[in-house]
Design a binder for this molecule. Structure first.
Ligand SMILES: N[C@@H](CCC[C@H](N)C(=O)O)C(=O)O
Length: 276
């Protein structure tokens, strides 16, 4: 099987082109591809398929030619992957499957159609609007963190750190505990601290994330969107830009005056090859 490897701020993906939807990619195959010792290694798989050729994408085929079939590294399916959309778009453009278009390239996802704009090394995506909807908590070992649930198409729980606890002190080898009655399908958990002000953005935060189905990753685009939405809300800002620092680099989240929610950052392809 031909593959490409890419990443967005260290959130890495194996990309499989399957334009006509001929491939029956099983959860086991995905987990094998993503294994960091016995496979290629990645946080997830992006299958590139024509929307019309996939049952989950067919309803969006009139709006978006391409469907991003995203899978977590454990083989589970997720509705949205913000970094995935950015890397998926880079793949489309680099492989001549979509022209660079000032108005943006539409991409169908299980959470609906998003629009990606290529700007040199950066790709920014107009995401589905995040919905901040309930208070909850996460636990790591003996520690409990108050948080807030955010729906970005996929589920998130954004938690602030208390008592000046450094992000680096968190043990995210194991999945944080969460309220299974609120998050029946699991949740991605973000831990956030304030960061020093920057001249170019309204707010600046740093975060780590434990992703449903993938474990701790170096970056999570939809997680950054959730964190940005909570940061703007907590600061009482209806609009603005939030710089979100992750272990793998910086993403920015902007809520603009058209009520658009934008996620921006670098997206690169690093290798191609064939599985044996
Ligand atoms: N890393 C992604 C999110 C991937 C899906 C997530 N693990 C889930 O199960 O919802 C991103 O960049 O958004």
């Amino acid at each position: 099987m031909r593959f490409t490897k890419g990443h967005g701020t260290g959130n890495d993906f194996v990309i499989i082109e399957d334009v006509d939807g001929a491939l029956d990619l099983t959860a086991e195959q995905v987990a094998d591809l993503c294994h960091r010792r016995f496979g290629i290694g990645a946080d997830g798989v992006l299958r590139v398929v024509r929307s019309a050729k996939d049952p989950a994408g067919a309803g969006m085929a009139s709006e978006a030619e391409w469907f991003m079939d995203y899978r977590n590294s454990d083989g589970s399916i997720a509705e949205m992957c913000g970094n995935g959309v950015r890397v998926f778009t880079r793949y489309l453009v680099e492989n001549g499957l979509a022209p660079v278009d000032q108005k943006g390239i539409t991409v169908a996802t299980r959470a609906g159609v998003v629009v990606a704009v290529v700007e040199g090394d950066e790709i920014r995506v107009r995401m589905r609007s995040p919905r901040v909807y309930a208070a909850s908590t996460a636990t790591t070992g003996p520690l409990t963190f108050p948080g807030v649930a955010v729906d970005c198409g996929n589920p998130h729980l954004v938690c602030g750190l208390h008592d000046s606890l450094p992000l680096s002190s968190l043990d995210l080898h194991l999945a944080p505990g969460y309220d299974k009655s609120l998050f029946a399908s699991g949740v991605n958990v973000e831990f956030v601290v304030p960061a020093p002000a920057l001249p170019e953005t309204d707010l600046h935060v740093a975060m780590r994330v434990y992703e449903r189905g993938s474990g701790e990753t170096l970056s999570c685009g939809s997680g950054a969107l959730a964190v940005g939405a909570v940061a703007l809300r907590d600061a009482g800002l209806a609009m603005g830009t939030v710089a979100v620092d992750l272990p793998g680099g910086r993403l920015t989240v902007t809520h603009d005056d058209q009520d658009g929610w934008w996620l921006a950052g670098p997206a690169v392809l690093v290798a191609t090859g064939d599985t044996l």
